[in-house]
Design a protein around this ligand. Sequence first.
Ligand code: AHM
Ligand code: MG
Length: 336
Amino acid sequence: MAADPLLTLDHASPIVTLQGHLLAKQASIPGATGTLSWILSALSISAKIIANKVRCARLQDVLGEAGADNVQGEQQQKLDVISNNVLLRLLGQREGVAIVASEENEEPVIIRDDPSGERRYCVLFDPLDGSSNLDVCGGVGTIFSILRHDRRAKDAPSSLLQPGREQVAAGYVLYGSSTVFVLTVGDGVDMFVLDPAVGAFMLVERGIRCPSANKSYSVNEGNRRTFPEGYQSYLDWAQERGYSSRYVGSMVADVHRILLKGGVFMYPPTKKAPDGKLRLMYEANPMAMLIEQAGGAALAAPGQRILDVQPTDIHQRVPVILGSRDEVANVAAQLG
Ligand code: AHM
Ligand code: MG
């Protein structure tokens, strides 16, 4: 691909926006109604609004704590609240959305529960992951997961409690040095970059493959002493072999690097968080779907795919080991 896709004179190399990409996909699926594309378009508009807020954070007094705790007992940042509101309002306008669940809200929000035969979806998201990095201008992101609404379920939470392998789409937006939208609808992983002058996400890479190996691990080593023994053995094993350590402390930024460059990202159980810190439905499942769709692996434990974990609570946590296939296997081998 040319350094600047707009500079190429190759007429066979079309300029593709996220919107155009979704319409083309929709046209290729017989009987597709466009409902999913319309939901993804709400996510893309939300991403542009949140990106703009993140970019102006220092200028607009939206940095710092909002003064309340979220359902996880963590301090909400003002931008967490703003991002959550933007997503809820935009998704709320989409006919195809039945239920929305956010890491920031204790209960799912039921948008429509009419029992008509129409196909509807549940959208789960972490509106601004890694928000504690905002004050130091670090990369943050929005993570989302889309499931089919189960109209037979007795209530909203039971419609949401589906294993990650049932996701119909998943993705994240990284608000980093550029704004990147990474998406899977179950047939590979595509990446778009926001052109702020045009106001559109432009396709920059189709069918991303996560390299099968890279001597690099990403974990909060400050917690090492409280990791289960197998993780400590893995770190010894990796260090003896000259592995590099790379950790931002913002899952979207760390996983984005792993997706493109390879290596392994881990959030193991710790003394403070015996099931790990990351949430199955808002963080682990969508990232696991993306990584598997790119040819990588995502485990909660040896032999236990994250995507096969049966959720029992929408806010539950899960240990995460994901990234290059061979590197995930190296960790699993040490865990025994
Ligand atoms: P958040 O959803 O409250 O922002 O927390 C999730 C973040 C992830 O982005 C990141 O991987 C992890 O917390 C970092 O945790 P730690 O600071 O314990 O390493
Ligand atoms: Mg998060």
